[in-house]
Structure formats: C-alpha cells, structure tokens
Design a protein around this ligand. Structure first.
Ligand code: FES
Length: 108
C-alpha cells in the first residue's frame, strides 16, 4: 500500500495537509481520523447521510470523477450543493489522487 498526500480545508477555513495517508481509505475516513471540522460521516460511509459533503478543487474534478446516481440523490439533499460537490466517503484514495485538495461544505 502506498502513502498519499491529501489537503483538506475545514468548514472554518483551516487548511491542513496530511502526508502518509494510507491508500484505500476514503477521504471521509481521513478527515474523521484527523478531527477535520465539519466532517461527521454519520452513516459510516454508506452514502446515506451527506454529512461528509466536500467541494473538490477544480483541478482535481476530472480525476475524482462524477458521483453515481445514489450519491447524486444524496447530494441533492445536502446543504449548498455545487457542481464540484462530492460525498467524501465515496472518494477512495488511490495513487492517481495523490495530492488531492478538497474543502468541507457547510453543514445543513
Ligand atoms: S459518511 Fe454518510 S454519506 Fe458519506
């Protein structure tokens, strides 16, 4: 398993970079493990709560890809959805996402 770099700006605007993040974790798990403010992950990564809503930095949108239909439905119910909205539990960290940057969305 490789280790990756992830940068998350929390809901208060504090930007933190995490090195040595384990490949295969979800972004939500990384945020929770590091106490990132505004990420709750209430459903434990089941794509059914939208408390892990983030905005993906523009330059990472293509690599992250589009949400599937189930995630899209959840995002519709999230507070302030944007075209770059994703549920962070549905973003699994893989080598091509090394260096990814996201911002935590406001809670509903
Ligand atoms: S943790 Fe519930 S939708 Fe992501």
């Amino acid at each position: 398993m490789g280790s990756l770099k992830v940068t998350i700006t929390d809901v208060k605007g504090e930007r933190r970079t995490f090195d040595n993040v384990e490949e295969g974790l979800s972004l939500m798990e990384v945020a929770k493990a590091n106490g990132v403010e505004g990420i709750f992950g209430d459903c434990g990564g089941g794509c059914s709560c939208a408390t892990c809503h983030v905005y993906v930095a523009a330059e990472w949108m293509e690599k992250v890809g589009q949400p599937d239909d189930i995630e899209m439905d959840m995002l519709d119910m999230a507070a302030e959805p944007q075209p770059n909205s994703r549920l962070s539990c549905q973003i699994k960290l893989a080598p091509e996402l090394d260096g990814i940057e996201v911002t935590v969305a406001p809670a509903g």
